[in-house]
Design a protein around this ligand. Structure first.
Ligand code: PLP
Length: 492
């Protein structure tokens, strides 16, 4: 190093500065005084962040870190704000954040056991805990990794979409064991409601079936699957010369937060020997709540379950699980035969890379483990329950307004409603755009049965009745076109 060249920051100096800045950012966001999102166009933002300069010259250290971090945070989506009621993204618990940090430092990229012994064991115990909640784990100890009767299998993935893809591969392997080697037969069909997350159609396309292989299940006016009418679509598929091998349902649906009837669909699948997949990416967390678990009645009769911890279990993105009732199914998803024997001989699952789409994988389990280790499972269940309860309160508040309408009573923490004076779909869309442009609230929209609604995902425990009252006022203001440079309302 040349004389006079500044010494690079140590890890500790840099970490201290980052943590101090992030803590301030998080706390300030929580007050609701800051805009939840400041819209900055790509060009100006790129300039403000001065990315080119940093890339070309380096030299970032703890003394100038703010030059980058301050504008970076300012232009970020402020999920810690009570006014963040948009997408289904957890407001990360401090435990999960520490899990990210621990992984960042240890970087045990756990494709094979020896590249992450602790990370692997944590993941396996977390998977057993999730299996237990689904009714697929009967050992006394979560640390029982033996092929105990009644114990399923599972793996953590980088997101629910990969979990759903894994489920489709496992279902295909169960019905067509040679597909892994010989390719996918060209007449396969998955039955799923149209409201199913697009990752299922994408999985069908990736698995070589084409997304037209997804036949829409009959639904009610709220896009919930009607189990009693599944037979008709099944018959139609057979008449088309197709082979139905899987039914996928929503627990709960992304747009509405409403649950499909698992038990009834399980009857249908049992009668036709079909694989039943429950996409519980968002709503499987209700398994932790005595009050709301009933929405998943029948889940233990399914073959597979997707469950995202980074939605309702306070875990930073990503940490998703794909769980199977039959322990052999996991290995079979990625090879045509012998996985159960393989399981016994080589203890797979410890080499998690054998049973995931990913090779290198982050220590995802550490994040959820850290949340559980701080809160305990009961408190985590209470968190889910509170979000569901609060959403019901917000529904009652909104439905009581003469100028708003809610199409259904929420079953989870996702709530849809319309501002009645602005009738059509485009107007609701424009309204949402204006709300987001102003930056005082972040919300989304969804189409239910061809009608567009404003949509809230109540992810933040700080989102309160006061926040929702302020949101309704904001909507009325935006609708009247009385848009001025008003300050962000205080929420929470
Ligand atoms: C029901 C459902 N399934 C799957 C997904 C996809 O999960 P991820 O975003 O973790 O890939 C989502 C995401 O919103 C979802 O709501």
């Amino acid at each position: 190093m040349k004389p006079g060249t500044p010494t690079p920051s140590t890890f500790f100096e840099l970490a201290n500065r980052v943590v101090a800045t992030l803590d301030q950012y998080r706390q300030h966001s929580q007050t609701g005084e800051e805009k939840v999102l400041r819209h900055t166009a790509v060009g100006p933002l790129t300039q403000t962040l001065d990315l080119e300069k940093w890339i070309r010259t380096g030299g970032l250290d703890h003394t100038n870190l703010e030059d980058f971090l301050a504008p970076y945070l300012a232009a970020s989506q402020h999920v810690h704000s009570p006014a963040f009621i948009g997408h289904q993204v957890a407001i990360p618990h401090r435990g999960a954040i520490m899990g990210d940090l621990i992984h960042g430092v240890t970087n045990n990229a756990m494709a094979v056991y020896e590249m992450g012994p602790s990370a692997t064991v944590v993941e396996r115990v977390i998977i057993n805990w999730m299996l237990e909640k689904a009714g697929w784990f009967s050992s006394d100890q979560l640390s029982d990794f033996s092929a105990h009767p009644g114990n399923g299998a599972g793996v953590l993935t980088h997101g629910g979409s990969l979990a759903n893809l894994t489920a489709v591969l496992a279902a295909r392997a169960a019905a067509f064991p040679h597909a892994w080697q010989d390719g996918t037969p060209d007449n396969l069909v998955i039955i799923a409601p149209a409201a199913t997350h697009y990752s299922i159609a994408r999985a069908a396309a990736i698995a070589g079936m084409g997304q037209n292989a997804v036949y829409p299940a009959p639904v009610n006016a709220l896009d919930q699957l009607r189990a009693g009418q599944l037979e008709s679509v099944y018959r139609r598929a057979c008449d088309d010369g197709k082979t139905v091998f899987m039914v996928s349902l929503n627990a709960c649906a992304t747009a509405t937060g409403l649950y499909d009837p698992i038990d009834e669909v399980a009857d249908f699948c049992a009668a036709h020997n079909l694989w039943l997949h429950v996409d519980g990416a968002h709503g499987a967390s209700a398994l932790l709540s005595d009050k709301y678990r009933h929405h998943l009645n029948g889940v233990s009769r399914a073959n597979s379950l997707t469950w995202d911890a980074h939605k309702m279990l306070r875990t930073s993105a990503l940490c998703a699980a794909i769980l199977f009732k039959d322990p052999a199914a996991l290995g079979q998803a990625f090879s045509q035969e012998g996985s159960y024997i393989f399981y016994e001989e080589n203890h797979p699952g410890f080499d998690v890379g054998r049973t995931t789409i990913e090779c290198t994988k982050a220590a995802l389990g550490a994040k959820l483990f850290m949340v559980l280790a701080i809160e305990g499972e009961k408190a985590l269940g209470q968190f889910v329950e509170k979000q569901y309860d609060d959403t019901r309160t917000f529904y009652e508040l909104i439905s009581a307004q003469s100028d708003f309408e809610c199409p259904y009573q929420p079953q989870s923490n996702i709530l849809c409603f319309r501002y009645l004076p602005l009738g059509d779909n485009q107007a609701q869309m424009n309204l949402r755009q204006e709300i987001v442009r102003r930056g005082n609230f972040y919300i989304t929209t969804a189409i239910i049965n061809q009608t567009r609604y404003l949509r809230l995902a109540v992810m933040n425990p700080l989102t309160s009745t006061a926040t929702i009252i302020a949101l309704l006022d904001e909507i009325r203001t935006c609708a009247k076109g009385k848009i001025s440079d008003c300050t962000a309302p205080k929420s929470g």
